[in-house]
Design a protein around this ligand. Structure first.
Ligand SMILES: Cc1cc2nc3c(=O)[nH]c(=O)nc-3n(C[C@H](O)[C@H](O)[C@H](O)COP(=O)(O)OP(=O)(O)OC[C@H]3O[C@@H](n4cnc5c(N)ncnc54)[C@H](O)[C@@H]3O)c2cc1C
Length: 420
């Protein structure tokens, strides 16, 4: 069998894998990326948050992406019936990027992968990891190419960025159930023929159909728009008796007072895809000779668009920690990798949970708005979830719950006041 020797093997060429690869290559590390599919390939996760821009800039992938003229995302709009709440990233608390993109991921990921290849990185498409064996930190990975040929890759370290492929979690039995309730989604792209002129047409929006059910509308600069419904799995399944994803998504669009006119009857560009019980978790995020990054480790929920940001955050961090260790500096993976990632994940987990309890929605739509609260929540939504000067990060555990409780009490009191 053909054998190759590298310092780091990266599994998967999504955002997590490309950021790791580009960073390590820049630092002179001998790497190889293996990717199961041929790009461009369809993948969900089209609304980014500003924190990702830090990673693309540091990995020197920003310029190739910027040249693609993807739709700029300056904030996010949440709709609940007649109520509207818009977050503007330029008004967020603290430092950091105040814009990002909303992107068709097939083109976006392909742009990064092409750039990675252009930099001289060995990225092999249509090459699937079949097995991995560890001897201490050293590993032997068997990959199979499109022609059915097998090859051994010997590596000192593996960064598993295989997304839902979850290569090492499967092979090493690291999967564990997510702490979040089972939710599912159905999505497609449409030719947005009724798109209004100006900002309204390009604004990314989350339309709340019921407390736990929402529709995403993500307009792209190519004239297409991504539409997806998200909700508890039982609800999503109930959208079509025949388990027909097309019928289910059409029924969800009909529930949206705001968007029904724009999207009713519009052609779907591909058969809607269902992603069932999408949340994922792992027992451990690293081990001797490997780290799990992006969706291969943890995925929470699409509601705050944090997936790609966590994928690039963990991809970048794993690359940096490998580099540090390879230079003979000791690394405390538990603290520096798992501990750090878990702190950010914990903040978003609270926001996701409190979204579905309705508490966060109470805060979002409360009038009059409190500009200070909004700025601080906005910073969390931009992905700056490690900034502990922000009370909405530091006290995430109970701040939202307590504020929602006070708002509800106040409004109950006002409702009970006798009218004169
Ligand atoms: C319904 C839904 C909506 C979402 N919406 C958003 C959103 O709006 N914004 C957001 O930021 N995130 C969103 N996400 C999450 C987002 O999809 C992921 O977090 C993100 O794509 C993770 O990137 P990644 O690099 O870890 O994995 P991926 O982008 O999935 O890349 C993994 C790569 O690994 C390859 N691979 C798999 N197995 C193997 C193997 N055996 N050998 C070799 N290669 C392999 C795959 O082909 C793939 O190309 C959403 C997720 C869901 C379920």
């Amino acid at each position: 069998m053909l054998k190759e020797y590298v310092d780091v093997l990266i599994i998967g060429a999504g955002p997590s894998g490309c950021v790791s690869a580009s960073y390590l290559h820049k630092k002179g590390v001998k790497i190889k990326v293996v990717e199961k599919t041929k790009f461009p390939r369809l993948v969900v996760g089209e609304s980014l948050i500003p924190r990702v821009m830090d990673h693309f800039a540091e990995a020197e992938l920003f310029e190739c992406l910027d040249a693609m003229n993807f739709e700029k995302k300056l904030g996010a709009r949440f709709i609940r019936g007649e109520e509207i709440c818009v977050f503007d990233f330029s008004k967020k608390y603290g430092e950091g990027w105040d814009w990002t993109w909303q992107v068709p991921r097939a083109d976006f990921d392909n742009t990064m992968a092409q750039e990675v290849t252009r930099k001289g990185i060995d990225l092999e498409f249509e090459s699937e990891v079949i097995s991995v064996a560890f001897e201490g930190k050293n590993s032997t990975t068997v990959v199979k190419d499109i022609n059915g040929n097998f090859k051994e890759i010997h590596a000192k370290f593996i960064i598993d960025s295989s997304g839902y492929g979850r290569v090492l979690p499967r092979l090493l039995d690291l999967d564990t159930p997510s702490k979040l309730d089972p939710h599912s989604s159905i999505f497609t792209h449409v030719k947005d023929i009724n798109r209004p002129e100006g900002e309204e047409g390009t604004l990314i929006s989350f339309d709340i159909l019921e407390t736990q059910v929402w529709l995403w509308v993500i307009p792209f600069s190519n004239g297409n728009t991504s539409l997806g419904v998200v909700g508890p799995t039982d609800f999503v399944n109930s959208l079509s008796e025949n388990k027909d994803n097309r019928e289910a998504l059409n029924n969800a669009i009909k529930l949206s007072d705001y968007y029904i006119r724009r999207f009713a009857g519009v052609d779907f560009l591909f058969e809607p895809v269902k992603l069932e019980n999408y949340s994922r978790s792992v027992k451990q995020m690293y081990g001797d000779g490997f780290a799990l990054t992006g969706n291969s480790s943890e995925f929470l929920d699409p509601v705050f668009s944090s997936g790609v940001a966590f994928a690039t955050e963990s991809g970048m961090l794993a690359a940096k920690l490998y580099l540090k260790e390879s230079q003979g500096i000791s690394v405390n993976w538990e603290e520096e990798f798992t501990g750090y990632m878990k702190r950010g994940i914990a903040v978003f987990t609270t926001y996701v949970k409190e979204w579905y309890t309705g508490n966060l929605q109470t805060l979002f739509f409360h009038q009059p708005e409190d500009p200070d609260v909004k700025r601080k929540i906005c910073s969390v939504l931009a992905g700056y979830v490690w900034d502990e000067t922000n009370p909405f990060v530091k006290k995430h555990d109970n701040l939202i719950k307590n504020m929602a409780y006070l708002i509800e009490m106040e409004s109950n009191k006002n409702q009970k006041k006798p009218s004169n």
